[in-house]
Design a protein around this ligand. Structure first.
Ligand code: UDP
Ligand code: GLC
Length: 386
């Protein structure tokens, strides 16, 4: 590990996949770094529980004015970014490098980096475009990256390609796939599947398809419910909360659908949980039904570490993680019929599912280890420092 000191920056206090990933990175770098958060919340507590120093910057809630779909150059948004940048620049002085974990925190860090004369790395975890952001926001953030970032770390080749397609400088980009520690999956007792099913009131022989994503329409849980509605006896486990603004109405919609006669008693909406490895163990298959391009999808790796076959939509970074027919099944986004056919094929042929899961587990351990991710980030920090 190089000796350079790093201030990681994130805009949110809640735990999405980007924050789970930064949690591991910040913990590994806690001797030489800290995390500045533009908003307080459970993420700050999780970092501190792992011994990471957290700097809470006041006024982060004003940044909520900066929306993925707003026209960025609104007065309120510009003032909020400028204020936060000044506050960040003040606390950044003891650190040699700023490392931003989201588009919003990157905009703030880019300006703070100018003020404090510090280089800025952007860990890009979003597909810029394809329905995720407004065209104006993409133009602004890519222009700022070309102007201010010393490096853009992309969580998949698909994320990197979208950045370049939006006008981002190719030389800035390094791909570092997410990596996940296998230990919590390997430590589960052998009776976990039976114990979780008993807790949830699901019969031992029922076929269970689990989906582990926050409740946003683009994560596609509604498509899974469409597929399961046509498959009598099949259960769906929806794990994940409405984390970010605008997600609550979708949660209400899913809960209402779950209570409809075609699905009642077969859909288990569990909300946000912190025992994902044991819940994965209760599933026969893990479904990742995103209807927009998924930048990476940590849950795909987690499902493979839990030795579950995966059915996922073929878009974004997913094909880099799941190989169709080898470690899972890929289906077109938004196609409940094809998704249902894949689930049915796995239900009829458990031996095939077990083979996919075995290959997936091997591949996840080989290709998506936490150690490899940390080494990738460390390499970038070392190169930037030198
Ligand atoms: N997760 C969790 N509790 C939940 C649902 C999800 O801890 O109830 C975790 C999940 O295990 C994964 C992360 O949240 O590590 C989601 O990351 P992913 O990259 O799959 O999606 P994102 O939400 O970042 O788009
Ligand atoms: C973002 C993406 C997700 C990715 C995560 C970690 O939240 O939506 O696909 O796995 O970041 O990089």
């Amino acid at each position: 590990m190089s000796g350079v000191t790093v201030l990681f920056v994130d805009h949110t206090g809640v735990m999405g996949g980007a924050q789970h990933s930064l949690l591991d990175i910040a913990e590994a770098n806690r001797e030489r770094g800290a995390v500045a958060l533009l908003e307080d919340g459970p993420f700050a507590a999780a970092l501190e529980a792992r011994g990471v120093r957290v700097l809470r910057l006041d006024g982060g809630t004003a940044l909520r004015a900066v929306k993925k779909w707003s026209v960025l150059p609104r007065a309120g948004a510009i003032v909020a970014v400028a204020r936060m940048a000044r506050a960040l620049a003040r606390v950044a002085r003891p650190y040699e490098l700023l490392y931003a974990n989201s588009p919003k925190s990157f905009l703030v860090a880019a300006l703070a980096g100018r003020l404090a004369r510090r280089p800025v790395v952007w860990h890009l975890r979003d597909i810029l475009g394809e329905g995720h952001f407004s065209a104006t926001n993409v133009r602004v953030v890519v222009a700022v990256a070309n102007w201010c970032a010393v490096r853009v770390v992309a969580n998949s080749a698909a994320t990197a390609d979208a950045f370049v397609a939006a006008g981002g400088e190719p030389e800035l980009v390094t791909v570092v796939h997410n990596g996940i520690d296998a230990a919590p999956f390997d430590a589960l007792p052998a009776d976990t599947r039976a114990a979780v099913r008993a807790e949830l009131g699901i019969a031992a022989d029922a076929f269970v398809a689990g989906c582990f994503s926050r409740l946003h329409p683009w994560k596609g849980q509604a498509v899974l419910l469409d597929a399961v509605a046509r498959m009598p006896g099949v259960h769906a486990l929806l794990v994940g909360g409405a984390l970010f603004s605008g997600e609550a109405p979708y949660e209400a919609e899913l809960r209402a659908r779950a209570a409809e006669p075609a699905l009642a008693g077969r859909v288990h909406v569990l909300g946000a949980r912190d025992d994902v490895p044991r819940l994965l163990a209760a599933c026969d298959v893990v479904v990742h039904p995103s209807v927009l391009a998924e930048p990476f999808g940590r849950v795909l790796v987690e499902a493979m570490l839990a030795k579950r076959p995966v059915v996922a939509t073929r878009a974004g970074g997913v094909p880099e993680v799941v190989t169709d027919g080898e470690t899972g099944v890929l289906v077109p986004p938004g196609d409940a019929r094809k998704l249902g056919e894949a689930l049915d094929a796995l239900r009829r042929d458990p031996a095939w599912g077990a083979a996919l899961a075995r290959h997936g587990s091997e591949r996840a351990r080989r290709r998506f280890s936490r150690t490899a991710m940390l080494a990738g980030v460390d390499r970038v920090i070392g190169e930037v420092a030198s």
